[in-house]
Design a protein around this ligand. Structure first.
Ligand SMILES: Nc1ncnc2c1ncn2[C@@H]1O[C@H](COP(=O)(O)OP(=O)(O)OP(=O)(O)O)[C@@H](O)[C@H]1O
Length: 321
């Protein structure tokens, strides 16, 4: 394995992060909502913002969107401070957890009004609005008053609204709540596509399994502080896998000959044919499966017990408040 070499004098510098926050603090009266957040979000990545209820996620996102001033600390979003620079705010897309204002406007009017607020020329704003309505599959409901939309449809309109200014940084607070399964899948692929095109995406959600499928990195908050930052798509983390077989004794004989440690699966409805095994990565899982099947063990399935995010989250000492 080669050791990474330090960048030489001619090497291009690392691109600046999409979001950089240092030592952020924000209190509401005696409640310390954000109490020491450090955050670096790689440009062009999708990063999960995870933490229990009341851990400060929404407060942090509001600060990053330039909608709430921190009491202390520094923020750079797309290279500028969103609190003091209108240019920085114009580079940010913000989707709150509930779609609020302008209920008397139609769906398309919500988007053209927003486009106007970003000073897009009228024709361009209309074109962008229609393009986004098609992206979120609301073009059939373009003329419907926003307040008549269902919760999931409002969420999709909220996503379109957040994208109207083609933001460099997209901040999403619980964007999938209320979405049906197809819309969730479409949202995942939309966000991955945006990230591939260079958009930095920070997304908060409590549905870790859903985030697991789309995020590159994760930042964990507890009681207003960053407790961990992880790059999930790189590095090696041991995960627990469930192996099911038609022949438990044959599996046990093979495992003891192959020196593979198996743990009892106390959660399985029929524990006899199901065991747990800790594996470092997908390659180790593939090797174990090939070896067991090659030795004649009738394996039914081998799958991770929990997602990467769920496992990382549960291993942290986070607290609700
Ligand atoms: N405007 C406010 N006035 C007073 N307290 C507030 C205000 N906004 C947030 N808080 C408090 O700050 C703390 C953090 O709230 P925040 O909404 O940021 O948490 P969260 O992680 O987004 O929670 P959830 O997962 O439940 O949405 C909570 O204790 C909350 O009660």
């Amino acid at each position: 394995m080669s050791t990474p070499q330090p960048a030489g004098p001619g090497a291009p510098p690392d691109p600046p992060p999409g979001i950089l926050a240092r030592d952020l603090h924000r209190s509401f009266g005696t409640v310390r909502a954000v109490a020491g957040v450090d955050l670096t979000v790689r440009r062009g990545s999708v990063t999960a913002l995870v933490g229990p209820n009341g851990s400060g996620k929404t407060t942090l996102l509001l600060i990053l969107a330039g909608l709430l001033a921190p009491d202390h600390g520094s923020v750079l979003v797309a290279g500028a401070d969103p609190g003091s620079s209108a240019t920085a705010r114009s580079r940010v897309g913000w989707m709150p957890d509930a779609f609020g204002t302008w209920d008397s406007l139609t769906a398309v009017e919500v988007l053209t009004t927003m486009a106007g607020a970003y000073r897009l020329p009228a024709g361009q704003g209309r074109a962008r609005a229609w393009e986004l309505l098609r992206t979120v599959h609301l073009d059939d409901l373009a003329a419907a008053p926003a307040h008549t939309l269902s919760r999931g449809q409002k969420q999709r309109l909220g996503m379109a609204r957040a994208l109207i200014n083609s933001p460099e940084v997209l901040l999403l607070d619980e964007p999938a709540s209320g979405l049906d399964p197809r819309s969730r899948i479409e949202m995942r692929s939309l966000l991955r596509g945006l990230a591939a095109a260079g958009t930095t995406v920070l997304i908060s959600s409590h549905v870790l399994a859903e985030l697991d499928e789309m995020v590159d990195d994760a930042v964990f908050l507890s009681r207003g502080r960053t407790v961990s930052s992880e790059q999930l798509r790189v590095g090696v983390t041991e995960r627990r896998w469930r192996l099911r077989t038609l022949d438990g004794p044959a599996l046990q004989r093979w495992a003891s000959a192959a020196r593979v440690t198996l743990h009892p699966d106390t959660d399985a409805p029929d524990g006899a044919g199901s065991v747990l095994v800790d594996l470092t990565d997908d390659a180790a899982a593939a090797a174990l499966l090939a070896a067991a099947v090659g030795a004649g063990v009738p394996v039914v399935s081998l799958a991770p017990v929990s997602g990467r995010l769920e496992q990382a989250y549960l291993s942290l000492d986070t607290e609700r408040r």
